[in-house]
Design a protein around this ligand. Sequence first.
Ligand code: PGA
Ligand code: ZN
Length: 421
Amino acid sequence: MSRIERVHARQILDSRGHPTVEVDVALVSGAFGRAAVPVGASTGRYEALELRDGGEAWDGRGVRQAIANVRDEIAPHLEGLDADAQDVVDDTLVSLDGTSGLVRLGANAVLGISLAVARAAADDRGRPLWRHLGRGEPTLPIPMLNALEGGVHADNRLLVQEFMLVPIGAPSFSEAMRMGSEAYHHLGHLLLARGLSRTVGDEGGFAPALDSSEVALELLVAAIESAGYRPGLDIAVALDAAASELGDVDRDGYRIDGEAEPLASDELVAYWAALCERYPIISLEDALGEEDWSGWRSLTRRLGSRVQLVGDDLFVTHASLLQLAIDQRIANAVLIKPNQVGTLTRALETITLAHDAGYATVMAHRAGDTEDTTIADLAVALGCRFIKAGGPARSERVAKYNRLLRIEEELGAHARFAGAA
Ligand code: PGA
Ligand code: ZN
């Protein structure tokens, strides 16, 4: 057992240049853990609260209050607790806050501590985090590499937020990274040849001025082929529509690129079905809005046996929302973003519930991220089938993939890959 000696939080910058929380935890044994909290741009309505200062400085986005909460309210209650008892630590954090959405102390303050304690406990045992948290055989996830960006992550007209390359035919994680990166660079050549910009969006995917999902998908298929791969067999495509950003479905329907009139929910379902017919799409995230559960039901009936349907804003990593969906047979996969729930224990609960119900899990970064690589270790430890950490470009994205390359090397001949048949 090793007791927590000191908890310290500071304000750092995320990859978009906004403040976020970083926490250091030191144990009596001398062990140490550090974690930084990522920041979403297209956040779900029911996410745990990210506490921001408001006011003039940092355009209201400072996290001084969250840091003061760690110093004045949280740290005194954690000092002396056993760092190995993650559930006790996380329960203490949640009850100190007193609300399930962590609206008083801030989910950014709470998650930073929760993850830093896990890291300190792993360090105390001299083990990497993936081994410390590991259940069953460690498995490398299949990367979903962001190749084209739209929505609130880019300034073009694409309303689908993320178009991703998924090297499903790869025999190993490192081969998946090679294949996906090759296709990504071929996409760059194609953009250049067409006089389009190779500037990247928030997550390291290209963000050229394209007008429609169809044009984007044609480009991806062309890039996969030009890199020498078979679309749908070697490399498939995944989309994140982030449809909660496409308007208030009850009031005026979904605003999709190229369509003059907004689409009703059933029309949007038909639109996705048609796209999945024409293109090698294996995974569709937030295809409908977070409030549109009846739409999700018909989407799942229509596509659920063929396409991975991932809930992000729909579930916001909450076990209670996922349980509702399991009961109603809605979606078949869940995105895992620990900062949507605020503690490691809660994220673990959601993953366990998903796997027990036969739902796949996709571990994910946020649009605003940092050099922290915790999600890579979590994906390996917990058997997530996929990881979504952005394009194979920009260090805060590549840091997660590089971490996985090191874990694969460390596992050597024992490295299992979720994509291997
Ligand atoms: P966010 O985007 O980090 O802006 O929420 C990621 C996603 O929607 O999956
Ligand atoms: Zn999403």
